[in-house]
Design a binder for this molecule. Structure first.
Ligand code: ADP
Ligand code: NI
Length: 215
């Protein structure tokens, strides 16, 4: 099993060389480690969790004309080339296919404990201290302002309300980051998300205080 994982790590590192910061090797490494932390308690299949975590962003559909099939295809071809058993390949491909945030709103045709674990790990990387860093990295890349009091989002806004407040990076917390803790699937993931969620709430409070020169 270790040989398969090592080969997969090398493949992913090579494939993601030059990827943008949100989905670079370090994102994969964090998701892989977090998935292992969750799996130590949730007890899914170790190899499937590892392979799915490592290969989950191998071809982000956003950068491939929205084609959701390229990632699973690439992952499958690679795993076949290193002689991984077919049933494992199929599971890993299904997980990759079902992983995106959007997939959770669509009709899910596949469910597994390993999917839940890797999905939780991927979502955990979008919240907490790392999540905040990733959001501002993305905002900087898009040339967005940090925050604009004229289009200030608030906690507990409805989808309709925040739809019109797209530009500042702070808005992203309200449209996505603060919603993720309720989408966690595993008990372990939920507990980890709780802590990271609270960290973001504390962060926002401090952010607004500093914005007003009050802290
Ligand atoms: P995922 O890998 O979970 O599908 P995305 O590709 O949508 O996530 O985003 C990658 C990273 O960039 C995540 O940490 C996400 O929170 C962040 N991000 C995405 N959209 C925005 C946005 N509009 N403003 C700030 N950060 C964003
Ligand atoms: Ni990811």
């Amino acid at each position: 099993m270790q040989a398969i994982i090592s080969k997969t790590i090398e493949f992913v590192k090579a494939t993601l060389a030059g990827a943008e910061a949100g989905h670079d090797w370090f994102h994969i490494e964090r998701v892989y480690k977090t998935a292992q932390t969750i799996n130590a308690i949730e007890k899914g299949d170790e190899l499937i969790v590892a392979l799915a975590a490592l290969l989950h962003d191998i071809a982000d559909s956003k950068f491939n004309g929205g084609d959701e099939e390229i990632g699973p295809q690439k992952a499958g071809d690679f795993l076949k080339s290193i002689d991984v058993a077919e049933p494992i390949i199929v599971q890993v491909q299904q997980i990759i296919k079902n992983l995106s945030f959007k997939a959770s709103f669509g009709t899910l045709t596949f469910a597994s404990k390993e999917l839940d674990i890797v999905q939780d790990a991927d979502r955990l990387d979008a919240i907490g201290a790392i999540g905040i860093a990733r959001a501002f990295t993305y905002g900087g890349y898009k040339n967005r302002v940090l925050y604009d009091p004229a289009i200030a989002p608030k906690l507990n806004m409805t989808k309709e309300e925040y739809k019109n407040t797209t530009a500042p990076t702070i808005t992203h917390f309200y449209e996505k980051l603060l919603l993720l803790k309720d989408l966690m699937k595993t008990q372990t993931g939920k507990a980890m998300a709780e802590k990271r969620h609270q960290f973001m709430l504390d962060y926002l409070e401090q952010f607004y205080a500093e914005w007003e020169g009050r802290a």
